[in-house]
Structures are given as C-alpha cells and as structure tokens.
Design a binder for this molecule. Sequence first.
Ligand SMILES: [Zn+2]
Length: 497
Amino acid sequence: MKTICFSSSLVLSLLFFLSTSVTSAQNFESPAALREFKEPASSEEVLEFTKKVANYYDFLSYQIIGNSVEGKDIIAVKASKPGAENNKLRILLFGQQHGNEQSSKESLLLIIRDINKYQEWLDVADIWIVPQVNPDGADINQRRNAMDLDLNRDHVVLDAPESLAIQRLFQNTLPHVTVDIHEYFPYRESWEEFGGFKNFDVQVGVPTNINVEEQIRSFALNNVLPEIENHLAAKGFSFHNYLVGPVPTEGRTRYSTVDINDGRQSFAIRNTMSFIYEGINGKDGFVEGLERRTIGQYEAIVALLNFLTQNHYDVVELVNESREKLINSQKGNKVTIRMDHFKNSSPLKLPLTSSRTGEDTTVVVKNFHPLVKPIAEVKMPKAYLVPANDSLLLKILQKHNVFYEEAFDLSKNDAYKYFINSIEETEIENFDNIYPQVEKRKVKVQSEDYIIVPIAQLHANFLVLIFEPQSMLGLAQREGFEYLLEEGKAYPVLRLE
Ligand SMILES: [Zn+2]
C-alpha cells in the first residue's frame, strides 16, 4: 500500500515538473468521501487534498492566505484559465468560518474535486476557493476560533488572523461575487417544545443592508435565489431564503442581520453580490447525515455558479457600475445609519418537521418582518478626520485597506465636531444598542493632529457606518471602542464638509 502511494505521488510530481498542459481527468476523491462521510476532513487533510488537486491541473494554483491562531495554514485555491477574456467574473467561495459546520468545508472540497468538469465556468470566471477559514475550530468541531472569537462577527474590527486573511484576499482580488458557507442548527430545545424544526436542506441569504446598491440586492433575491431553488428541487433538496429568529411565539422572524461585521454584509457594503449559505446541520451537530448535507450545499453552489457564469456580463457590469458610484461618492450623498425590520402584508407560511410525529407540517408566522426600512440617515462628509494618535482606529483602517493621508490642507473646507449630549440605550436585532443625541459644531483644528480619510473610495458606505456616532453599526457599538461615545464629551472623529 505504501509503495503504491509513493509511486503515484511521484508520478504526480513528475507531471507537475514537466508542466505540460494537463487537462485529462483524474479521479480525485475527498478524504471524507473516501470514508463514506463518517468523519470530516481534518485541517491537515484539507491542505493535502487541496494541494494535490491544485498541483495536478494547470488551471489551478494555490496560496496560503494566512495562519490560524494555532499557526495552521489557511489555503486558497485559484481556478483560472489563461487566455480567457479580460473582463472575467471574479468569484470567492469560502467555508467553515464556524468550525462546527462541517458540510461547508466538505462541499467546497467536492467543488475542488470536480472543477475540472466545469470548464465553461472558467471560460468566463476566475474562482477562488477557501474551504476552511477556521482550521483550529474545525479540528475540534467548535464554532469559534482558538481565541474564542466568533469569526463571523469579526469582520469590522478584524481581531482574528483568520477573518483578516479572508478580508485581505477580498481586497487583493475584489471579487464581484462572494459566497460565505455555513450550517444552521434547527434542533434547539425551544423548537422541540414549540413542536417542529426547520427542515430546509439549504437556506441562502442575500444582502439586506439597505445601503447596498438596490439592484445588487434585487438581482440576488429575484434572479439568483429562484435558480438555486429550482436546481435544488430537481436534485431532491429543499430550499428557503435564509430566515433568522426565535420560535414564532417568542419574537420576530426576519431575513438575517443588517450588520456589516459578517462574511456576507462586510463584502456587500462594498457593493459585492454576496451570499450566505446555511445548510442543515446534523442532529449530533457533527457528522449525522454529512453526505446528504454536503451534496445539498454542493448542488446549491453548482446552481449559483451555473447561473452567474451564464449571466456573467450582467453581473460584472452591475457590480462594476455600483462600485464606481462608491468610488465617486460625494459630500451630501445619503447613507442610512439606523434601520429596522418591518412586517409586510402577508404572514409567512413556514414549513416544519413536527418534533412529535416527524411529519411535515406548516405554521403561519404572523410576527414576520421581511422588510428592512430606514430609520435615520446622514449625509456623507467630504472626508473624516481621525485623531492621528488613535492607534486602534488607524489599525482598523489599515486592516481594511482604507486609503488615508497624513498631510493635507484644511483651509478649503470646514471641520465639524459632534458633541454627545445624552446617551440612550436601545435594542436592535435583540442586541443592546446605543443611540446618542448629538450636536454638530464647526471647529478649528490643526491638521497635524489628524489623518484624513476621503469619502470617495470603495469603502464610502463602510466608513460612514463605522464612524458616525449615531450609527447602529458604528465602531462605538463594538467591544473595545466604548471610549468613542461618552456623555458630555466630544466625539473624536470629525467630519470635513
Ligand atoms: Zn455559521
């Protein structure tokens, strides 16, 4: 057995070194599939398998995009055929930010296994695949990383090396489309007591923050989701637009969050057509039903890539034009800094599996809030002035590749400072949220005390959302940044108008 393994890998490396055009199919199989999905791939196996396939095909390459807290490599495969057209669609797929959501990684390993079969995708698209963002958590089937951080709540502050790695890859490649792959766990006690569990094989969410270009949100919702649903139905899998909320008797049901600190909305706010996939987890939160879970997610990815590559001109144009708007942002453009979920006229008919009989059933959810509407807006400044000695704020700008300058002329524009009159505690999406009452005053400042962050860049909406003191998604709402908002004091970040 050992000899066979040795000689086949020798042949592979010879082929690699000869580097002739290798396109003939090879029967790769993912580590979990070889074990009939009784055990998911370990982080070591993810690297080994990914490198093996990437080394075999000349249209694949790989790079290590970062290291986990425990020092494990985070690998990205790039699929790109040379000689294809210039204006290619760029797609980033990434999985297992949450280590206990095994099918997110397994489905991407099957995409890597099969990508040779989908040459038509690569005629028009470059695809990056990161099968495992959180190897430390994954190896012990734990949601969080080894710093006990939830990576999918870390995309603003970027404390974890893993979330920073995926944001860096995004900045370096600027994909038009991103897909963040997860699993949801429907079998909580509260649902058992309620009488039924959600049973969708795959839920897919689209951007819901209303600052994301409207056409991107509607294209994803109205053009893409039905395609995924139809493809999954034909393959025998069920689907729903991603729903979040407690049992219907205990609170609101809505379409996920508007916060920009996750792997979907953080990219969407840069006008990316971003998706979140939520496959069903096993009852054991680990491997139960892993084969079906993996294939469900895999088929949902195939459906998405089929449709987007068939419509690549439209998607590239839509995203490029939407990003141009951000890059040309001007003083006075409106940004919604507070928003909430509202009811529409029709209740939700929610299919469930009865927790008593195991049969299909439907409940009518009256407390359904599918619409997101603005509550408060501000106008964009020309730039923000950030205290040059606030290393925490500067570090965030650097991590997000935000453009700023240290030397600038303050004579042509007026600087305004917010004063915090009072602070009100509110609640948004079931989390505490601060709503300060502020007063804006024109001030004279010394340019050497500040750095200047022009609004006219891809991050325009992101900057307004993190810097405005009344923003429900502001930095001041986040752990470690409470110092920004203190009653009776001035807010440290200024507006240049
Ligand atoms: Zn997750």
